[in-house]
Ligand binder design. Structure first.
Ligand SMILES: [Zn+2]
Length: 405
């Protein structure tokens, strides 16, 4: 694994910012927040539901090309821009996910009231993608020569059932050359996500004989079976430490109000800071759903033993943690000190999970500005102060990549 040789000491960020090439980039950021916001609006208004990121990827490719970068699309649809350093064997990867949680057909037009933008996906990950575009341009304005190679990537499959397939492929491609990975996700400058939360996702389906609501009354009902299981699982406590969570996020089944359904299914997301806890929750979930189905069958007047439970994995994200004394974290803290930015360490489930699980130094950072209502159609972004987020990402990238005299 490539190592981060020089720890960026506090004053080294100051020296870096004084370097004429860096100063050019920082000056560009000061005058170009409007351009970055325009890119954000354009990117957000190109729908990018899971597995349908291609049109948005195409636009990001154009932005990278306009910044003078060599760009390619890999077979999954990741957009990859490389900015070669003097050492091709050492890579700093900045990745922002292209996809959103919103299905095709969602109105993604951005409503704008001065600095405040409202649209599904405008912050997650419109803000991250726009920041990546800003860093690409700032690097090009700087004409800086770095030691390590900088790779900027828009990746597919972070949300929903994508199972982090985009970042998995990027990490596989660059493998031992990766010195550090920064996942740029959402807005804000207030956090450094150093811990990846583990998650397991499932679809649990129950099938049965179905029937007429009146004439077959008493036959086991898959919706009722699922409901019994959900109630059983939800009645069990979830630990605060390690912090853990679950969500029954989607439920479907049945064909009409007066038919006993022959199938029902629910999608569940289990998360914990500790992988062992997720495994424990998974066992408890399977037991609860089994027991719910059994209870429904034994309550049935006829058609007993005709329910089937089918558990399908929709993906799993490994846990991982950046050590508190990691040079990457020290560099970020020095950048924050230089910029007068206060940040706290956070845990989350992001693209950074994958490198962290492989002990590759990684964090997730926001793209600057403020945002909220993530994963809802009321999602918003406020571009006020976005320059801070851009400078933070730019300086961190350049400090990690090392400047050639
Ligand atoms: Zn995101």
């Amino acid at each position: 694994m490539a190592t981060l040789y020089a720890r960026a000491a506090g004053d080294s960020i100051e020296k870096l910012a004084d370097d004429p090439s860096c100063a050019r980039a920082l000056a560009w950021i000061d005058t170009s927040a409007v351009w970055v916001t325009d890119q954000q609006i354009h990117l957000t208004e190109i729908p990018a539901p899971e597995f349908k990121e291609a049109p948005r990827a195409e636009y990001l490719k154009k932005i990278f090309e306009a910044a003078g970068l060599k760009v390619q699309l890999d077979k999954l649809g990741n957009v990859i821009a490389e900015r070669p350093g003097s050492d091709a064997n050492s890579v700093i990867l900045l990745a922002a996910h292209l996809d959103t949680v919103f299905p095709a057909g969602t109105d993604v037009r951005v409503k704008r009231h001065s600095n405040r933008l409202t649209a599904p996906g405008v912050a997650d990950n419109g803000a991250g993608l726009a920041a990546l575009a800003g860093v690409a341009r700032a690097l090009s304005e700087s004409r800086i020569q770095t030691t390590k190679t900088i790779v900027l990537a828009g990746d597919v499959g972070e949300e929903g059932e994508g199972n982090l397939r985009g970042i998995r492929a990027l990490v596989e491609t660059y493998a031992s050359r990766l010195a550090a990975v920064i996942a740029v996700d959402g807005a804000s400058t207030e956090h450094i996500t150093t811990q990846g939360v583990a998650s397991h996702r499932f679809e649990i389906a129950v099938t049965g004989p179905g029937g007429h609501s009146w004439s077959d009354f008493g036959a086991p009902n898959p919706i009722t079976a699922l409901s019994r299981g959900i109630v059983k699982f939800s009645a069990q406590p979830v630990p605060d430490d390690p912090r853990s969570s679950y969500n029954f996020g989607m439920i479907e089944g049945g064909t009409s109000i007066n038919s006993i359904p022959s199938r029902a299914a629910v999608k569940v997301d289990l998360r914990s800071e500790d992988e062992a806890e997720v495994n424990k929750m998974e066992r408890a979930l399977r037991d609860a759903m089994q027991s719910g189905a059994r209870e429904e069958m034994s309550a049935a007047h006829d058609g007993q033993n005709t329910l089937r439970l089918i558990v399908r994995s929709l993906g799993s994200r490994p846990a991982g943690k950046l050590p508190d004394n990691a040079p990457l974290l020290e560099t970020l803290r020095n950048v924050d000190r230089f910029l007068g930015n206060r940040s706290r360490l956070e845990r989350s489930s992001t693209d950074a999970n994958i490198p962290l699980a492989l002990n590759i130094p990684a964090v997730s950072l926001g793209g600057g500005g403020k945002g909220g209502g993530s994963h809802t159609t009321a999602e918003w972004y406020d571009a006020t102060g976005r320059e801070l987020g851009l400078k933070r990402l730019f300086l961190a990238t350049v400090a990690l990549a090392g400047v050639q005299p």
